[in-house]
Design a protein around this ligand. Sequence first.
Ligand code: ZN
Length: 211
Amino acid sequence: MTVYEHVMIGTNLVLAGGLHHRFGWRVVLVGGLAAALPDWDGLSILLGSTAYARAHRVWGHNLLVASLLGALVGAVDYATDCSGRLLRWADRFGSRSAGQSSPGPLPRSYVALLAWILTGTVATLSHLPADMIYAKHPTLAVWPLPLLWPFSDRAWAYPIVPWGDIGATLIFIAEMFALYRWPRRAQAIACLAMIALLVYVAIWWWTGAGR
Ligand SMILES: [Zn+2]
């Protein structure tokens, strides 16, 4: 699964939960960004192949680091309103579709702060099961995730769908057209897209295709 599909899963979790009705589209942006965060450990390639071999799919792909990083990103965005600035900037270039109003002042309350932190955490954690399921490869060995790192090196994988399969990509591209066309029905569209993804994975699991 690539960054795009992770971002869309995070986005859909927020939309399906209806958080955008209360907090606007900036919290949707936080969910999308947070869902891709665990792949930061791939940047270890910049430190050389030895560091990459040790860090990639380890340092970012575990419950502890993913939870803390997701919560931190949620809190930092709430404190700085980065997502609100980005949406206002996008508005200036007219790149948002009709039906989405420009973000007003950030709601200041403990409930909103909690919503931001929980969105960051849940969206980041959604990355881990997605990578464990999208772990099939015709020639390479399965690449399990060390969920309990750094306390344990035990690793898990449930390889059902091939890593590069484009089924989820097509579902999410169709969803983006639907969101653009019917932004006010975003919650229902996100629920449908997630159901479609689950059914798609279930079909792979049921048929054992490619086994
Ligand atoms: Zn990943």
